[in-house]
Design a protein around this ligand. Structure first.
Ligand SMILES: Cc1ncc(COP(=O)(O)O)c(C=O)c1O
Length: 392
């Protein structure tokens, strides 16, 4: 009889499922002639001046650690940027933490505020890391579903129903991954009212802020009386096409940022030095590159939404980020089956909506951060697939 092998892995880690996005990406990478609309990263290379700044950092011998919270110059520049763009006031001394991507900022934010069993409301469909990150920090994720009926935005009444005496925080993401939904100022004010009434913190992931297409972006921290109960998460990955640089930041109340810095200090020490010099250049002289990329994303968004509608799939117009989230229910298939068959038959990789939470079922996420040529071919292939499905 075979004895069961002992597992040394902690139960709460053992129970986490690997990311559903990776599964499709791995499948696609083993096939030929695949167009991937799967992963959420820019197809642009980081602007050249940013790359050069990083070279110079190395040439000048900046090969040691920086301050734990990040280069003071960079923290100052982040504060300046948030002041100019959104009228936010953060002291670079103790209210800005430079992290290893927005991913690490999310992790330390949760670890800094959660006691075991504290609840965090996560609005789904959501970025795949939120629920696991809450669990890894010892918290309990309470998910609420944002549906297409309300343009994938959570209603205050739904949120209020999810609040309990254990609610410590709410995670929001605007513009949203995967739906592209952008919260209006008025919708944020509704959330703010609940945050005050029930005394919870809001973790606002604003990594796609610079990729908002049709309206002016409002930062949640800029809503009246919210700066003192908001942890703002952002970074350089998306707007500056710097995913591989692993650089993000968090800003918020001094007490929370200092607690986050303590965890960061004992686990990471500091973000990579040459990447921090690159980020400094991105903030100082990278705005025109962001605008150029944004113009291109907007064109691609319009093209893809029209193509999806023309092939008979219902698709709302996303206000930001670089994803569209069409419904595939008219094909009679689950989103998982749709994605799997589309990949096998037409070599187009999309992500099944269910990986972003229950309310994502029936949808697929397509990233349009790919060249127009690739998008054109992908839409033609997808149209063929959908038409065949609808004839059957
Ligand atoms: C909503 C959201 N937040 C955070 C991240 C992570 O960004 P970073 O590369 O800065 O860790 C992503 C990446 O896809 C994202 O979509």
């Amino acid at each position: 009889m075979k004895t069961q092998e002992k597992s040394y892995v902690a139960h709460h880690v053992d129970q986490l499922k690997p990311s559903g996005i990776r599964r499709f990406f791995d499948l696609a990478s083993k096939m030929e002639n695949v167009i991937s609309l799967g992963v959420g990263e820019p197809d642009f290379v980081t602007p050249w001046n940013v790359i050069e700044a990083s070279y110079h950092s190395l040439e000048r011998g900046f090969t040691s650690y920086t301050a734990n919270a990040g280069l003071f110059e960079l923290r100052q520049e982040i504060s300046k940027f948030l002041k100019t763009e959104y009228e936010l006031e953060y002291n670079p001394e103790n209210q800005v933490l430079v992290t290893v991507g927005a991913s690490q900022a999310i992790d330390v934010a949760l670890r800094a505020i959660l006691n075991p069993g504290d609840e965090v409301i996560v609005v789904e469909p959501s970025f795949v890391s939120y629920v696991p990150a809450v669990r890894l920090a010892g918290g309990v994720p309470i998910t609420v579903n944002a549906t297409e009926e309300y343009a994938f935005k959570i209603q205050a009444s739904q949120m209020e129903a999810a609040i309990t005496p254990r609610t410590k925080a709410l995670m929001i993401c605007s513009p949203n991954n995967p739906t592209g939904a952008v919260l209006s100022k008025q919708e944020m004010e509704e959330i703010a009212r609940l945050a005050k009434k029930h005394d919870f913190i809001v973790i606002s992931d604003e990594i796609y802020a610079d990729l908002t297409y049709d309206e002016t972006f409002t930062s949640f921290a800029a809503i009246k009386e919210m700066a003192q109960r908001t942890i703002l998460i952002s970074g350089f990955s998306k707007a500056f096409a710097m995913t591989g640089w692993r650089l993000g930041y968090a800003t918020g109340p001094k007490q929370i940022i200092e607690a986050m810095t303590k965890i960061h200090q004992y686990t990471i020490m500091c973000a990579p030095t040459m990447a921090q010099h690159g980020a400094l250049e991105a903030l100082r002289n990278g705005r025109s590159s962001v605008l150029e990329m944004k113009t291109s994303y907007r064109q691609r968004r319009n093209f893809v939404v029209k193509a999806l509608k023309d092939m008979g799939l219902s698709c709302h117009l996303p206000g930001g980020a670089f994803y569209v989230f069409p419904s595939v229910t008219s094909t009679g298939m689950s989103s998982e089956d749709f994605a799997e068959e589309l990949l096998q038959k037409q070599q187009v990789a999309v992500v099944p909506g269910g990986v972003f939470g229950e309310s994502g079922e029936g949808y697929v996420r397509c990233s349009y951060a790919t060249s127009m040529k690739q998008l054109d071919t992908a839409m033609k292939r997808m149209r063929k697939f959908v038409e065949e499905k609808q004839i059957q």
